[in-house]
Every structure is written in structure tokens, then in C-alpha cells.
Design a protein around this ligand. Structure first.
Ligand code: NAD
Length: 486
């Protein structure tokens, strides 16, 4: 599919998907979707309005009672069918992700498989929403706990994993019996629209999944959060926008799950297997060209191995083939937009001005599109801005440490707590350090933590709640306690 173009996906909706219909925006507005490899317009998509947001809630509301009453086995089979359709159409989906997001095809294929797995996993979980029964300690009655769907869920997703961030929310919501409105990121609405089509083909009834692309995200999401019929917000995106939405959700006390930003430390202890650590670093840093909330942002490397680790990492980074995401031999695609590439460059230049040394990369290449060269920085001062913010690009800053306790203190010195990585040959030491790292997830001798079967999420300002695993469905269920005498 080297010459892939959008026309290859004949059934891709380009309007709003509301109540089982594909409809234009109420004011006829549309917005451009760009190709990050060239900056050219790929296509335009309907730009949802506040009126459309109300219509989306109407559609989700009309379908809510029927979907909640649908037998769990039937909901499971529909989700399973969605997994199978995604798997059958995986090449098309991967190309579409590459086209609108820019990521290299191997990353897009990885995302497609990961995204489909959420449908398979929650097909399996749909039939396991068990409650409980116990005798009250007084002996006077029974305590029966039922699990019921929380209600209409608004799902807001980022551009960096346009398929997986959608399925990670839609899968558990549908399994739990909730109807949803998905507001995808405006840089990448196409993949979400194709998901709507696939879910419809899998047998999801009209109104259960509604997709509402909108450039004016603020007013559109706010309108839904102020509609008393909406009971759930699941947001993935930046901590900054997460704070705004938590405030918005407060007015109607909407139940919130928040998957926010990260600033992952990657610790290489003196006894680490350096081959494994460099392999892990390449995954933790370079998956999606560094545009991942889980991306290793700060490499703390023991002084005994820092020079060798830096040398090997630089060698691997400089060998990467940079190019358009949809080309078969590309390993690193462009960043999502011009602003992202400019921000990465600003952080790198700031670190250099503060005393960091560029080993490889360190600039935007002279070509069209939103590219950044894979970069390794050595001797990064501990107070450099690049260590305090999400880089969201292919840049690895290395900081040397001598004392393990210092490394842990520096790793935890951030308002984020999504994920940390540790490399050591001593498993007991690794587990001890893992316990001391303030993060929702730890990769111990592994550069990849994401797994649909595991609870993904962060501590501190990286979020509230978990997605994936058994825990992921609990975020869409409400416990109802019935005190019974019999
Ligand atoms: P973003 O916060 O800018 O946008 C996320 C979503 O919110 C988009 O759909 C956007 O249109 C919408 N949005 C923006 N402003 C809004 C507003 N005022 N009201 C309502 N909606 C609004 O994030 P992004 O740039 O799309 O994605 C990158 C961020 O996402 C990074 O911070 C990354 O760490 C985070 N992320 C976190 C996870 C996780 O699981 N923790 C996963 C992927 C990405």
C-alpha cells in the first residue's frame, strides 16, 4: 500500500456520526485535516457545534436504556466482532493513522493491534461485571452489591494514539452498558470516524457510539458536561486541559477519569545489562517518535556506565531512517504539527544554552513537513527546562548520577507520576526501587508498559483512575448497594 491515499477507504465518514446517521455540522462548518509529512490539506471534516453536542447527547440518551438492558453476552459478541473487523482492516487503519498523525507505519501497525485488543479484552470482561452478596456484620440483613452502568459517557481523546485512545475508552464503556460520545482531537479525527463505521458494522446499535469532531472543543465539551444527562467524562490529554475539564465537570459533579501528561524518568543503574537498557531506551523514547505520554523524558544513568550508554544510544538514534510515516522504510515520521516541532526545538536550544552537549541531532532538518532529528543530549543541567516538561519529540536528555537515592529523588521530583523505567540485573533491587518511584506504572527491565490487560494510569497530576485490565471497566460502573431482609 505504498501509494496509499484516502480514496482507498471508500466507507470513511467525513461528517459527524450521530444516532446512526452521518450528518453535516448544524452550521455547515468544516475544518482541514493536514498531512504532517507535507503540511498539505488531506481532506476536510464536519466541525461540530454546541447544537450538535446537544444532538449527540440526545442520541446517546435515546439509546441508553436499550443498551444497558442488552444482555452482556450480546454486548461482548459485538465487541468481539469489532476486534475481528479491526484485525481484518488493520493495514487500512494503520495507513490512515500514519497519514493524519505522521507516525511511521511500524508504529501505526503496533497501535492498530494494541487498539483492537481493547475490544477483545472488554468483550471478555463484559460478562464479568460481578457484584457481591454478604451477611451484614449485625446478622440483621444481607448486603447485596450490584454493578450498573454509570450512564452517558463523554470521551475526549488526544491525537497521539488516535485509534488506541478511542478503543481504550469505548471498549470498557460499551462492555459496562454505557452509551458514548467521542470527541476526537482535531488533528486526527479520521481514525475515530473510521472506528465509528467499524463499530456500526460490528452491530453496535444506532446512538450507542456517537463521534463528534469539533475544532471548538472548549464550548462543545462544556455543553455536554453541563447537560445533566451526561454522567461520565473520560479524558486523555494534557494536564493543562485536564485541569480545565475537572473544573467544568464540577458543576454537575460528573464522574471523571483522567489520563494526563507524563515526564517519565528512565533509570540505568550501575549493574544494568546495557544491551537491554539501550534496546529498552529506544522503545521507551522512540515509540511514536517520542509523542507518547509514556515516553522516557529524562535518562538518569549511573556515572560508571553513562559514557557507554550515551555512546550506544547515540549510535542507534543516528541510524534511524526519518521520512514520511506512510513510506515503507521509514522508522521515524514527522511530528504532528508545526507547533510541536517548534516546541521541541525550543526545549533543545534552551538545554544547549544551559550547558547541554548535542551528541546527535539537535535541529529541524531542512525539508518540508514537521520533522525533528533524533537527538541525544549529554551533560544536561538538572534545572534545564527540558527536564521539567513533556518533550513530546525524539529527544533523549542524559543526566549522570552517582548515588541511587539521588537518582530516585530526581526521578520523583516532578508533578507528574505516570510511568518510570528502571534497568538493573538485580531483580530484588529493581523491585525495591520500583516501590520507591512515585508513578502509576513501572517498566522494570522493560521499555514498554502498555497492555490492554493491565491497569494503565498515573499518580499525582498524571491522572485519576485506570484504563485497561479489570480496573478499566470499573471506571464505567457504579456500585449499587441494596440492603435486603429475607
Ligand atoms: P490536549 O490536552 O491538547 O487535547 C486533548 C483533547 O482535548 C483533544 O481532543 C482536544 O481537542 C481537547 N481539548 C483541548 N482543549 C480543550 C478544552 N478547553 N475543552 C475541552 N476539550 C479540549 O492534548 P494533545 O495535545 O491532544 O495530546 C497530548 C497530551 O496527551 C500529552 O500531554 C500526553 O501526555 C497526553 N496523553 C496522555 C495519555 C495517558 O494515558 N496518560 C495518553 C496519551 C496522551
Amino acid at each position: 500500500m505504498a501509494d496509499f491515499s484516502l480514496d482507498r477507504i471508500a466507507d470513511l465518514p467525513l461528517d459527524l456520526c450521530l444516532g446512526g446517521e452521518v450528518v453535516p455540522a448544524s452550521d455547515g462548518g468544516r475544518f482541514d485535516v493536514l498531512d504532517p509529512a507535507t503540511g498539505a490539506v488531506l481532506t476536510t471534516v464536519a466541525d461540530g457545534t454546541v447544537d450538535d453536542a446537544v444532538a449527540a447527547v440526545d442520541a446517546a440518551d435515546a439509546a441508553a436504556a436499550g443498551w444497558a438492558a442488552t444482555p452482556p453476552r450480546e454486548r461482548a459478541e459485538i465487541l468481539r466482532r469489532a476486534f475481528e473487523l479491526m484485525t481484518e482492516r488493520r493495514e487500512e487503519i494503520a495507513h490512515l493513522i500514519s497519514l493524519e498523525n505522521g507516525k511511521a507505519l511500524p508504529d501505526a501497525r503496533g497501535e492498530t493491534a494494541y487498539a483492537a485488543e481493547f475490544f477483545r479484552w472488554y468483550a471478555e470482561e463484559a460478562v464479568r461485571a460481578s457484584g457481591s452478596v454478604m451477611t451484614a456484620p449485625s446478622g440483621a440483613n444481607r448486603i447485596v452489591v450490584l454493578q450498573q452502568p454509570v450512564g452517558i459517557a463523554v470521551l475526549v481523546t488526544p491525537w497521539n494514539f488516535p485509534a488506541a485512545m478511542a478503543t481504550r475508552k469505548i471498549g470498557p464503556a460499551l462492555a459496562a452498558g454505557c452509551t458514548v460520545i467521542l470527541k476526537p482531537a482535531s488533528d486526527t479525527p479520521l481514525t475515530a470516524l473510521l472506528m465509528a463505521k467499524i463499530l456500526e458494522d460490528a452491530g453496535v446499535p444506532a446512538g450507542v457510539v456517537n463521534v463528534l469532531p469539533a475544532r471548538r472543543s472548549g464550548p462543545v465539551v462544556s455543553a455536554m458536561l453541563h447537560d445533566p444527562r451526561v454522567r461520565k467524562l473520560s479524558f486523555t490529554g494534557s494536564t493543562e486541559v485536564g485541569r480545565v475539564l475537572l473544573r467544568e465537570a464540577a458543576d454537575q459533579v460528573v464522574n471523571c477519569s483522567m489520563e494526563l501528561g507524563g515526564n517519565a524518568p528512565f533509570l540505568v543503574l550501575d549493574d544494568a545489562d546495557l544491551d537491554a537498557a539501550v534496546d529498552g531506551a529506544m522503545i521507551a523514547k522512540m515509540r511514536n517518535a517520542g509523542e507518547a505520554c509514556t515516553a522516557a523524558n529524562r535518562f538518569y544513568v549511573h556515572e560508571a556506565v553513562a559514557a557507554e550508554f550515551g555512546r550506544r544510544l547515540a549510535e542507534r538514534m543516528s541510524a534511524l531512517r526519518v521520512g514520511p510515516g506512510t513510506s515503507d522504510d521509514t522508522e521515524v515520521g514527522p511530528l504532528v504539527n508545526d507547533e510541536s516541532a517548534a516546541k521541541v526545538d525550543e526545549l533543545v536550544q534552551g538545554a544547549v544554552a544551559a550547558g547541554a552537549r548535542v551528541v546527535v541531532g539537535g535541529r529541524r532538518p531542512e525539508r518540508e513537513g514537521f520533522y525533528y532529528e533524533p537527538t541525544v543530549l549529554l551533560d544536561v543541567p538538572v534545572d534545564a527546562a527540558i527536564l521539567g516538561e513533556e518533550i513530546f519529540g525524539p529527544v533523549a536528555p542524559i543526566i549522570t548520577f552517582t548515588d541511587e537515592a539521588d537518582a530516585i529523588r530526581m526521578a520523583n521530583d516532578t508533578e507528574y507520576g505516570l510511568v518510570s523505567y528502571v534497568y538493573t540485573r538485580d531483580l530484588a533491587r529493581g523491585l525495591r526501587v520500583s516501590e520507591q518511584l512515585d508513578a502509576g506504572m513501572v517498566g522494570l527491565n522493560r521499555g514498554l508498559v502498555s497492555d490492554p490487560a493491565a491497569p494503565f494510569g498515573g499518580t499525582k497530576q498524571s491522572g485519576i483512575g485506570r484504563e485497561g485490565g479489570h480496573e478499566g471497566m470499573l471506571d464505567y460502573l457504579e456500585s449499587k448497594y441494596v440492603a435486603v431482609s429475607w
